[in-house]
Design a protein around this ligand. Structure first.
Ligand SMILES: *Cc1c(COP(=O)(O)O)cnc(C)c1O
Length: 483
């Protein structure tokens, strides 16, 4: 492709992107494709000859778009958001054009130094102390794995990296409500799922510190080496807030690494009035949150902070001759701060976002989301058939419908059917979790352009689907009585 063609297509694509963001609301939120639909339409072999960009782009629109679930749709209330913003998209275009490989300082000094500075900005914005150093990882899953590996090496005086585990029997602790990535990280780090301790939670789904301490003591007695505890600041199921300060004290007393998983909720710590949610995180050894969830920076961008950066780099450092440079003593070489060697230039989009919104702009948008969640929750709580399933400290509301006289089992079925029907409508997308065995619906308000009108529409949709299902349900029930 020559430069003239590139210029033309790039302009066309930017027009398409602007149109897409303007009109995404008119598309069904969730893709309606059946499994295998796209595969059946794609040639089995790569083309021999190059094809015209017009043809490729037409296929993008005709073949790919129907299989897209629209995460940037303002009525996307599922999972946690992975929101983006105009500033972030613009930066990603530049990043792609530069095509930089940021493995060490010398491979692009600006990529490294910008990352250092924006991570300092973020650290300050969420109120972590100055002795934390930040690095961008691809995901919270990776960040937590990196934390566990660093804990393992520090505890073993960097010997597992050399000798393997030998007789060391480490244990890792996290609550019953912790994200699946935590156990996965422990498995990858060689700790073993059997050596993961799932700690009981209280009525608000937060870790019970007494149960944590009891488990540590029992393991010590049995000859295990308690290694690491992961506290959740905002669980995925219900944004439960583990008591981080109490956990920090226990970790310190028993010499465990303390990692905080604030993947979604950490963004809220830029609000002074919500800083309390992570009280105690300042005593952690490491901490992660995802600007790619709720801070308008498109996936991937996970902010990982560590207090003992030497322990981190000693765990991951490599010294091949072909990567040695004259500056290694005075610069950060981020290849030594995690698993990958090659690294994307992710700091650029974060920089664009932080500058384009400003701290106040970000705060305003988050407060708006929190207000929408409150409004939704208050309205819903007034419906007699609704049960609110968990405290909602942030912008996630957990609820379920309880049709009159329904058993627990019937209730689970009913809510599952309701979720499906809401999502089949294409007018909104919600997801679910189970809390104490109960099928629980989740709606989270974090889309870049979500507004009051979308909350009203969601409430109307829920009411409509509830009524239609309830009719069917009542008929079924009376059928059963006749049997
Ligand atoms: C979303 C989430 C994760 C996983 O985040 P990734 O960046 O997708 O790996 C981990 N922990 C919690 C609490 C989460 O909500």
């Amino acid at each position: 492709m020559n430069s003239t063609e590139f210029r033309k297509h790039a302009h066309d694509f930017v027009d398409w992107m602007a149109d897409y963001l303007e009109t995404v609301e008119k598309l069904p939120v969730r893709s309606r494709e059946e499994p295998g639909t796209l595969l059946a339409k794609l040639p089995e072999h790569a083309p021999e000859q190059g094809e015209a960009m017009e043809d490729i782009f037409r296929d993008f629109q005709e073949l790919i778009m129907p299989g897209i679930t629209h995460w940037q749709h303002p009525a996307f209330f599922g999972y946690f958001p992975a929101n983006n913003s105009e500033a972030s998209i613009l930066a990603e275009m530049l990043t792609a054009a530069l095509g930089v490989q940021g493995m060490v300082w010398e491979t692009s000094p600006a990529a490294t130094e910008l990352e250092e500075r924006v991570m300092d900005w973020l650290r300050e914005m969420i109120g972590l102390p100055e002795d934390f150093s930040g690095v961008i990882q691809d995901s919270a899953s990776t960040s937590t794995l990196v934390a566990i590996l660093t804990a393992r090496e520090k505890k073993s005086q960097y010997r597992v990296n050399r000798e393997g585990f030998q007789e060391r029997r480490f244990t890792v602790y996290f609550s019953e409500e912790a994200h699946s990535s935590v156990e996965k990280g422990a498995k990858i780090a060689g700790i073993g799922a059997d050596n993961c301790r799932s700690i009981a939670v209280d009525d608000a789904f937060a870790m019970r510190p007494a149960a944590l301490e009891a488990a540590i003591l029992e393991d010590k007695k049995a000859g295990f080496i308690p290694l690491c505890v992961i506290g959740a600041c905002g669980t995925t199921g219900s944004t439960a807030l583990d008591p981080l300060a109490a956990i920090a004290d226990i970790a310190r007393e028993h010499e465990l690494w303390f990692h905080v998983d604030a993947a979604y909720a950490g963004s809220a710590a830029i609000l002074p009035e919500l800083r309390w949610i992570q009280a105690g995180a300042e005593k952690a050894d490491s901490y992660v949150f995802n600007p790619h969830k709720w801070l308008f920076t498109n996936f991937d961008c996970s902010a990982f902070f560590v207090r003992d950066r030497e322990a981190l780099t000693k765990t991951f450092a490599i010294h091949p001759e072909y990567l040695k440079t004259g500056h290694d003593a005075v610069v950060n070489n981020y290849r030594d701060w995690g698993i990958q060697l090659g690294r994307r230039f992710r700091a650029l989009k974060l920089w664009f976002v932080l500058r384009s919104f400003g701290r106040e702009g970000l705060q305003t948008r988050l407060r708006h989301h929190l207000g929408l969640a409150r409004q939704f929750r208050d309205e819903l709580a007034g419906w007699p058939e609704i049960e609110i399933m968990a405290p909602a400290p942030l912008a996630l509301v957990c609820f379920r419908f309880v049709p009159e006289g329904a058993s627990e089992e019937a209730c689970n079925h009913f809510n599952k059917a309701l979720e499906q029907k809401v999502n089949d409508s294409g007018r909104a997308l919600i997801t679910h979790t189970t809390l104490r065995g109960r099928y629980t619906l989740r709606a989270v308000f974090g889309q870049t352009h979500v507004d009051r009108s979308h909350i009203k529409q969601l409430l109307a949709l829920l009411r409509e689907v509830y009524q239609s299902l309830q009719k069917a349900y009542t008929i079924n029930e009376s059928d059963d009585e006749h049997k």
